[in-house]
Design a protein around this ligand. Sequence first.
Ligand code: SF4
Ligand code: SF4
Length: 192
Amino acid sequence: MAETMVKAPAADVSFINEVCSIPGGEAINSCIQCGVCTGSCPTASQWDNPPRRVIAMVRAGLRDELLSSNSMWFCVSCYSCTVRCPRDIKPADIMHALEIIAIRSGKSTKQSRTPIMYQCFVDSARGNGRVYELGMMIKLFLKTNPFSALKLAPVGLGLLLHKRLPLTPSRIKGMSDLKAILNKARELGGAK
Ligand code: SF4
Ligand code: SF4
């Protein structure tokens, strides 16, 4: 299906500046709207607005519409777009910059569990210095759809039997160093 073009309203550069201020978002003004990123993206058919259009929407200042969509949350970080972009833009990084802005702004989509999964992942890593998979997955299922855990029960059981899924969390040494790194990442624009 052909993508529809985004008609730019009167210049609103605040959203572009917001994206540019987050590491990874700086190059957005170099985009020539060639569409190679959309053509390379394995999940584009699921996006409300595929990658090329996402970039056009940022430049058109369509902040609320874009941040409330499912678009960037369907990025699976395969980096096909990034290696193929003729302007050396990193669309995947722009998608992650938009995810950060969406979280900060309290925007959400019910079409993807990714925002909740990210938060569960970060909470787990922040608490122990490494991800405690069992605890993270239980939290994720409780916050989304507990019944969907049943589908993964055989996988979890297999991992437990092969001692690949610890029942209790373990904490790394040097938590204070890790916290300093996480705090710095937050200072640089990372989500909480
Ligand atoms: S491939 Fe690069 S230049 Fe082309 S539309 Fe995507 S981001 Fe823009
Ligand atoms: S990194 Fe994300 S946006 Fe880029 S091609 Fe892969 S899924 Fe699509």
